[in-house]
Design a protein around this ligand. Structure first.
Ligand SMILES: NC(=O)c1ccc[n+]([C@@H]2O[C@H](COP(=O)([O-])OP(=O)(O)OC[C@H]3O[C@@H](n4cnc5c(N)ncnc54)[C@H](OP(=O)(O)O)[C@@H]3O)[C@@H](O)[C@H]2O)c1
Length: 325
């Protein structure tokens, strides 16, 4: 496992982090396998775990709290504060007093500390953002207070889904330590403005959804059978599955001994951008943990491969089924 700096925080994190939405939030939950997967990840050198209270009303946090007992200081935990409305994404007209007021930020942080069974989180994140909040700084004051109290080591924002631009000015403001964003072979727009700004301002970039919710692993072709409770069954209509599969098939040309699978190619694509601190594939199974960890081998994609992969960008505009408009 290779490690990188998380922006200016002074915290060193593994290139592959553990995305823990799935273990708490959706599909057929298997806590025993989730705990095995988390333990295996830590044993293989993963030291960064991304979670959120919203992932199963603290269930993901609770499982993580159990796994890190006795080695809390070796693990970097990032969690998130949901908007008080519990609606995603926050829309531009929604006042900060309705979404992220100071007392909500403090209450949610205390609740996550209890769920995680710890007295600090390494990275606290607002679980949505709208650019108008740059001028309404109550969220910043609340997170700064939590930092001063030692309950939070660093803080940032999780950008809205497939929203590559809205957090760029926030990065330039130097108010935050990290941005979490969707960046992958399909969604390459963050490389236009956000990632260069993050490099210039030394803001840590946490890349989420590296597999475009599993599509980029190649395992979800037409007719794919979703498990019970898998929200993607509504999202990936037969037409969408067919279109994505056609595009993913075309990526097989770029498999090499250094990127032998589509999953490895997808992870290495993310890691090949110098602004990226870590990439957090969603993992629930030991086998996926082992496969994903092996992508952190120091062999990044060449400039020529990255140039041809640019041609495979696909900004599909398929928002999550629950996204408010
Ligand atoms: N707004 C936000 O802040 C936000 C939103 C979404 C996600 N996130 C964070 O980002 C993380 C990653 O996103 P995600 O989980 O939604 O999407 P993802 O990482 O793009 O895809 C997850 C899917 O990939 C599959 N997978 C993982 N490793 C694999 C491998 N080696 N081979 C084949 N399939 C593999 C998983 O399989 P299984 O189904 O078998 O587990 C799961 O179906 C989340 O867990 C969460 O921590 C944050």
């Amino acid at each position: 496992m290779k490690y990188r700096n998380l922006g200016k925080t002074g915290i060193e994190i593994s290139e592959i982090g553990f995305g823990s939405w799935g273990i708490g939030g959706w599909g057929a939950l298997d806590d025993a396998e989730a705990i095995r997967a988390l333990n295996r990840a830590l044993d293989l050198g993963v030291n960064f775990i991304d979670t959120a209270y919203a992932y199963g009303d603290g269930h993901s946090e609770t499982l993580i709290g159990r796994v890190v007992q006795g080695r809390r200081d070796k693990v970097v935990i990032a969690t998130k504060i949901p908007p008080k409305t519990m609606r995603w994404p926050v829309l531009p007209h929604e006042a900060l007093s309705d979404t992220f007021p100071k007392e909500w930020i403090i209450q949610c942080t205390e609740r996550s500390l209890r769920k995680l069974n710890t007295d600090y989180v390494d990275v606290q994140q607002l679980h949505s953002w709208t650019p108008g909040y740059l001028q309404q700084t109550e969220w910043f004051e609340a997170l700064t207070l939590l930092k001063e109290q030692g309950k939070v080591r660093a803080f940032g924002v999780s950008a809205n889904d497939w929203e590559p631009y809205e957090t760029t000015d926030l990065v330039k403001s130097d108010m935050i330590d990290t941005i979490q964003v969707i960046y992958n072979i399909f969604e390459q727009r963050p490389a236009e403005r956000l990632l260069p700004a993050a490099l210039a301002h030394n803001v840590g970039i946490i890349v989420r959804v590296p597999f475009e919710e599993g599509l980029l692993t190649g395992k979800m072709g037409p007719g794919y059978q979703f498990g019970k409770g898998d929200w993607r069954a509504d999202w990936l209509t037969p037409d969408r599955l067919a279109e994505a599969a056609r595009r993913v098939d075309a990526l097989k040309t770029y498999l090499t001994p250094d990127a032998p699978t589509l999953a490895a190619l997808a992870l290495k694509f993310c890691l090949s951008h110098p602004a990226v601190s870590t990439v957090i594939p969603g993992m629930r199974k030991v086998a996926n943990v082992e496969a994903n960890v092996s992508a952190s081998d120091g062999k990044l994609l060449s400039a020529s491969t990255l140039a041809v992969l640019k041609e495979h960008a696909f900004a599909h505009g398929w928002s999550y089924p629950w996204a408010q408009k």
